[in-house]
Ligand binder design. Structure first.
Ligand code: 2AM
Ligand code: CA
Length: 262
């Protein structure tokens, strides 16, 4: 295993174990609203600290892009961290959230880890080495037709600029697919596409830390990620479609026309 992945796993497990402990005593939790509908708790902050400390101990010079502390350091190697993806679920006691850590080297995603502390499921990927759930190799689903596909999405929750476009997409996929799921953690949605539980996924307005690790997982599991128009750039754009190759193409075809191309 690559040493960078090894450290990412250690950091994700440490952070996830802390989050799982805190999930048992939610009544003691202080919740702060960063903006409307955007919350942070001590669990997010402590998990991020644990991750950064773990990485810094092994790699003191690396850079970070982390949800709670932002960008820091200057290095070719950047750790993109969402300490707790699905904070709203966590606050409500809904057991669907995860730690997401990606390592980008010279602008390219090289390693990704998503850890689901409630199910104790560890998703990992390194570029060129495939994707894994625990020690088992995972692949995207073999579903060929959208009518048979179970598609995950995220509803707009804060920025409603594209709400009408989004409802057009939702209507279309509702009519064309076998079902839609909205579970509230983009990182887990992508991990679940990578292991074939979901056939595809799309969401608008995400941040790099929500999707970096999940993008690499989907790619290494044989799937495709891109923006709503099928172009590869989505990490910075934040509008993402993911799926096995057939589902990716079908989603782009049905969803893309609802949002004007920039
Ligand atoms: P976060 O918990 O790390 O902020 C799903 O729509 C994505 O949007 C999640 O990955 C979640 O990441 C983010 N999000 C932030 N606030 C949200 C909210 N109020 N409802 C749903 N998702 C939210
Ligand atoms: Ca988060």
């Amino acid at each position: 295993m690559h040493p960078l992945l090894n450290i990412a796993i250690r950091a994700a497990r440490r952070a996830g174990d802390g989050i799982a402990r805190q999930a048992k005593r939610l009544d003691h939790l202080t919740v702060t609203a960063k903006q409307r509908n955007d919350f942070v708790t001590e669990a997010d902050q402590q998990a991020e600290q644990v991750i950064i400390e773990t990485v810094r101990k092994a790699y003191p010079d690396h850079a970070f892009l982390a949800e709670e502390s932002g960008a820091s350091g200057s290095s070719d190697t950047c750790w993109i961290i969402d300490p707790l993806d699905g904070t709203t679920n966590f606050i409500h006691g809904v057991p669907q959230f995860a730690v997401s850590i990606a390592v980008q080297v010279a602008g390219r995603l090289e390693h990704g880890v998503i850890y689901d502390p409630m199910r104790q499921e560890l998703f990992t990927a390194s570029r060129g080495n495939g994707a894994f759930l625990d020690d088992r190799r995972i692949r995207v689903s073999a579903c060929r037709h959208l009518r048979d596909g179970l598609i995950a999405t995220g509803l707009p929750y804060r920025d409603f600029t594209h709400i009408d476009a989004y409802f057009g997409m939702l209507r279309q996929i509702m009519l064309e697919s076998s079902g839609i799921r909205r579970a509230g953690s983009a990182a887990l949605d992508l991990a679940w596409v990578a292991c074939g539980r979901h056939d595809g996924f799309w969401e608008l307005g995400l941040q790099p830390w929500d999707i970096a690790a999940g993008m690499l997982l989907v790619q290494e599991a044989g799937g495709v990620t891109g923006n709503l128009h099928g172009q590869p750039r989505c990490l910075d754009e934040g509008n993402i479609v993911a799926g096995n190759p057939a589902m990716f193409a079908a989603l782009v075809r049905e969803i893309g026309p609802h949002l004007e191309q920039r």
